[in-house]
Ligand binder design. Sequence first.
Ligand SMILES: Nc1ncnc2c1ncn2[C@@H]1O[C@H](COP(=O)(O)OP(=O)(O)OP(=O)(O)O)[C@@H](O)[C@H]1O
Length: 300
Amino acid sequence: MIQVNSISKKYNDHLAVDDLTLHVKKGSIYGLLGSNGAGKTSLLKIIAGINRADKGSILIDDIPSYEHVQVKERVIFIPDVLYFFPQATVAQMASQYREYYPKWNQKRFEQLSSAFNIGLNKKVHRLSKGMKRQVAFWLALSAMPDVMILDEPIDGLDPVMRQKIKNLLFQDVAEREMTIIISSHNLREIEDLCDHVGIMHKGKIMIEKEIDDLKSDTHKVQLALADPTHEEHLLNQLNILHYEKRGSVSLLIVRGSEEKISKIIHSTDVLLYDLLPLTLEEIFIYEMEDVGYEIEKILL
Ligand SMILES: Nc1ncnc2c1ncn2[C@@H]1O[C@H](COP(=O)(O)OP(=O)(O)OP(=O)(O)O)[C@@H](O)[C@H]1O
């Protein structure tokens, strides 16, 4: 559905997106994570056809997104900083959307008014931050896009509204195979919403996986050996993302299946062995450490 092929984007001398390739399947919800300044917003704007890449191609259903209006009409981008026409009311913004997006669904717009409960004659720029975001989703969902690109979308929404919007997004993905790419620093939200995840750093995707695979492939291990002199040999056999020693107990973050890790560890005499799952937030932190982010003593 969405093919990002070897794209790069430079701002002056800074390479914000570096020869990046990414494919997102139809009906999938793809979470884009990354450090500040990793290039996520730059990438999303290129995928949405707002900015042009210096090199490479973006295809949505095999059609280049930047050059073709018929692709842009099927894609909605909700940016981190929202823009509405100055002085426009909700109703006026809706009529702008109705003109631009051929699949605009007026009936749905009217139905959703009960979910959002914001007056049609309200001027959008006078609404609160969270209410503006509600309007952005109300308009986006009524435009019936095939692709939704969301940059920090939940910022400012209260927990009830977050849940409502999540349910509406899930409904569109399930019923009409809408595809979503979502960038967020709120990893609990990403964990809840997404089926795939990509971690971006310095303009590149470092890891791209199904979220379930990512979670079942990284573990927290507590370990104490009967003979500590055997530890070095044991650790050399494991794919370790992070290591800390607390007294006689070693705390490790290890990549690999539970079965494989247990087998290696049980090849030595162990006094203590505990293997625990990690949250996406913890996996993100240790993967970032692996690419050079300074992380010290943050194991809980
Ligand atoms: N219009 C621009 N002109 C110059 N540099 C830019 C521009 N937009 C982005 N950059 C630079 O490109 C890099 C990537 O920025 P981008 O906004 O894509 O990162 P991000 O991953 O979205 O970051 P954050 O998580 O902090 O929002 C940064 O170094 C930023 O300063």
